[in-house]
Design a protein around this ligand. Structure first.
Ligand code: 13P
Length: 263
């Protein structure tokens, strides 16, 4: 299917790579992609480093005029004030972030973030000109306990986007929790099924035209050898990559999925 959506390959570093390591990593990634003549207008490349790396990443991106973009792994639902340990979307915007992850399953499970908190964070991102990457996805128990595989993800999506303007720029990431860091990738068909239902829910919420323009990523054990099959699916517009995004050659191969596998 021909689509006007530019694929987005996003590396979520989670709590890996300190600020010195982030500089070396971003430089090596940029060189690797330059050597391969990567065209960033064909496949967008984003990294999500820890907060403490962002200033260093910004400096490299600016100094070397890289086309790579970056974002925060989380943000506060508040703009400023007595919120010890939180990071405002305003600060992320000032550091040149394009995106902010919201509601990653590790935030939901380890930090108890519910859909209402995710919604407040989506709104905060938009207030500061950041594109929220709203992460949704079911646990194995939820998958087995619900009638359709997409039920949990669609419900998370709808609450997460409550009150969001029809023309807001958004990215959705479908990450089945059972496929994260487990090596157990969802089949391309399983991923497509849920991404299709997410797009249908977006169409109901925002209208078909808007829904057709919103990128939906798949995340969960994406590797160079499985990305092409996933990217062949019509409703999948990129990947949110964890483990493989920490290995330059692997992440570069994922970004270049069209070349190395002829997808
Ligand atoms: P893995 O690619 O390591 O499974 O992680 C996926 C993920 O959680 C990306 O946000």
């Amino acid at each position: 299917m021909v689509t006007a959506r530019t694929p987005l390959m996003a590396g979520n570093w989670k709590m890996n790579l300190d600020h010195l390591q982030s500089i070396a990593f971003v430089q090596k990634l940029a060189w690797t992609l330059k050597d391969a003549d990567h065209d960033y207008s064909q496949v967008e490349v984003a990294v999500f480093p820890p907060f403490t790396d962002l200033r260093s990443v910004q400096t490299i991106v600016d100094a070397d005029k890289l086309d790579l973009v970056y974002g925060g792994q989380d943000l506060s639902p508040h703009d400023s004030g007595a919120y010890t340990g939180d990071v405002s979307g305003a600060f992320l915007a000032k550091l040149g972030c394009a995106y902010a992850l919201v509601g990653h399953s590790e935030r939901r499970t380890i930090h108890g973030e519910d859909d209402a908190v995710c919604n407040a964070k989506v709104q905060a991102a938009l207030r500061h000109g950041l594109v929220p990457v709203l992460c949704v996805g079911e646990t194995l128990e939820q998958r087995e306990a619900t009638e359709t595989p997409s039920e949990v993800a669609v419900a998370q999506l709808l609450v997460g986007l409550e009150g969001v303007a029809d023309d807001a720029e958004l990215v959705i990431a479908y990450e089945p929790v059972w496929a994260i860091g487990t090596g157990r990738v969802a089949t391309a068909e399983q991923a497509q099924e849920v991404c299709h239902d997410l797009r249908a829910a977006l169409a109901e919420r925002f209208g078909a035209e808007r829904a057709a323009a919103i990128r939906i990523l798949y995340g969960g054990s994406v590797k160079p050898d499985n990305v092409a099959a996933i990217m062949r699916e019509p409703d999948i517009d990129g990947a949110l990559v964890g483990g493989a995004s920490l290995v330059v050659d692997d992440f570069a191969a994922i970004v270049r999925y069209r070349q190395h596998v002829g997808a």
